[in-house]
Design a protein around this ligand. Structure first.
Ligand SMILES: Nc1nc2c(c(=O)[nH]1)N[C@H]1C(S)=C(S)[C@@H](COP(=O)(O)OP(=O)(O)OC[C@H]3O[C@@H](n4cnc5c(N)ncnc54)[C@H](O)[C@@H]3O)O[C@H]1N2
Ligand code: MOO
Length: 419
């Protein structure tokens, strides 16, 4: 297991943009997980650790794209014409002889197109009777033939290391004959909540207490990322307990993650616990919600402290923690795609802090017009119901002075950042 240097996340206390924050640590972030070989079907959502090179051409042979008749285009008269049907070739049953010149072959989808034949005519356009077939006019040479290697060339990298494997990737690996893939071991993440008021659902809600929402959203976000999650529960606000729990978790996890207690520092035993076993750097991001975030190194492992406000925790996770976790997991990170939408509401904003608004897209499609986004609920950073009702975030840049109804805005779908 790779250990991180203590100053891995060192940063100035001035408010940073998410991009600037990520840029600062980009070079220091590397895969910390080992590799393992898993059966192909266990590869879904795993991070590929090898370049998968194809040992074969796919398709392995020229083959028919439709049911019909194979011909040699050189034999075709421009005005169509008639030919003898000299044989039959079905998928999985290549012809074992060379058919005579000037004749057509009955052929079926996927069947190997025999040497010399280069065009397949759809059966709907042909008329066969008495062993002869009438072909239509205007055939295009090469039509309806799928060429050997047109999908994957032998020797080509069909899947590159760092890719998070999706269903199509597993099919592609199978199509070149793979039965197993070398992937990164799952990033092991230990998750805790902190705060005297934070109570596990199911327990009594004492006066002044709230149920723990964050651990449950964070565990779900981590599961979607393919992490192996250990639940440390709610840590009692006691310096010794927190220090012992986090330091112990750092021994056999790649990342230790908490929420709460990152804004002001008083009563903050998390900060002291991390500092005692490594180093903690408080970051202030120019983001709303999700401003205070702590990054650090504890016992040589990454520490990520998310803000306590439940929506701030999610925004800090998807904007900052997620790319950090993916890099540590060995995944190549691409900036999430954002799409233009029309604001179905107006929103006032002061310049200076980037702001994410919880929205959902109105159903219905009008081609040529961006979809309309409406607010999914109130804006407060504690309002989880608006997060649950949202399908994405409108991303208002630092300089933005708000949105007028009908304006175009950048929309970040949750399926870009919650997978
Ligand atoms: N004087 C200042 N106060 C605050 C600032 C600031 O800059 N100066 N920043 C505000 C912002 S922005 C945020 S976000 C919060 C973040 O504070 P902490 O990370 O220290 O979080 P806590 O104070 O522990 O909790 C904040 C809030 O969230 C609730 N909470 C915490 N954990 C959970 C949980 N697991 N499940 C549900 N709810 C949770 C907690 O009860 C508080 O209501 O600070 C602002 N204040
Ligand atoms: O990060 Mo805090 O939630 O901006 O409100």
């Amino acid at each position: 297991m790779t250990r991180l240097a203590d100053d891995c996340f060192a940063a100035d206390p001035v408010p940073l943009t998410v991009e600037a924050a990520l840029e600062r640590i980009r070079d220091r972030l590397q895969a910390v997980t080992g590799t393992e070989t898993v059966p192909l079907d266990a590869g879904l959502d795993r991070v590929l650790a090898e370049d998968v090179v194809s040992p074969i051409d796919v398709p392995p042979h020229d083959n028919a794209a439709v049911d019909g008749y194979a011909v040699r285009s050189a034999d075709l008269a421009p005005g169509g014409g008639e030919m003898a049907v000299a044989g039959r070739v079905a998928a999985g049953h290549p012809l074992d002889r060379t058919p005579s010149a000037g004749a057509a072959l009955r052929i079926f989808t996927g069947a190997p197109v025999p040497e010399g034949f280069d065009t397949v005519v759809m059966q709907e356009d042909c008329w066969e009777s008495d062993g002869r077939v009438r072909l239509p006019v205007g055939l295009r040479p090469g039509a309806n033939v799928r060429l050997r290697g047109e999908d994957v060339r032998r020797g080509a990298v069909s899947l590159a290391a760092g890719r998070r494997l999706g269903p199509g990737d597993l099919g592609l690996a199978a199509s070149i004959g793979r039965t197993a893939l070398t992937v990164r071991k799952r990033l092991r993440v230990a998750v805790a909540s902190t705060g005297d008021e934070v109570t596990e659902p199911g327990e009594d809600l004492r006066p002044g207490a709230v149920f723990d929402a964050n651990r449950h959203t964070v565990k779900a976000l981590l599961a979607r990322l393919g992490c192996a999650v250990t639940d440390l529960g709610i840590l009692e606000d006691d310096a010794g307990t927190i220090a012992r729990s986090l330091a112990a978790a750092a021994e056999d996890h790649d990342v230790v993650m908490t929420s709460g207690g990152v804004s002001t520092g008083e009563e903050d035993h998390v900060r002291a616990a991390v500092a005692a076993h490594g180093r903690i750097d408080a970051w202030r991001l120019s983001v709303k919600p999700g401003r205070p975030v702590a990054l650090g190194v504890i016992g040589g492992r990454a520490f990520i402290g998310l803000p306590g406000n439940p929506v701030a925790a999610v925004v800090a996770f998807v904007t900052l923690a997620r790319p950090v976790l993916l890099a540590l997991a060995g995944a190549r990170i691409a900036a999430p795609a954002r799409y233009p939408v029309t604001a179905g509401f107006s929103h006032a904003k002061k310049p200076g802090r980037r702001e994410f608004l919880r929205v959902r897209l109105e159903p219905g499609l009008e081609l040529g017009r961006p979809p309309v986004a409406v607010k999914a609920g109130p804006d407060g950073s504690g309002i989880l119901s608006a997060l649950a009702a949202a399908d994405g975030l409108i991303d208002l840049g630092e300089d933005s002075e708000g949105l007028a109804k009908g304006e175009t805005a950048a929309y970040l779908p949750f399926n870009e950042v919650m997978r």
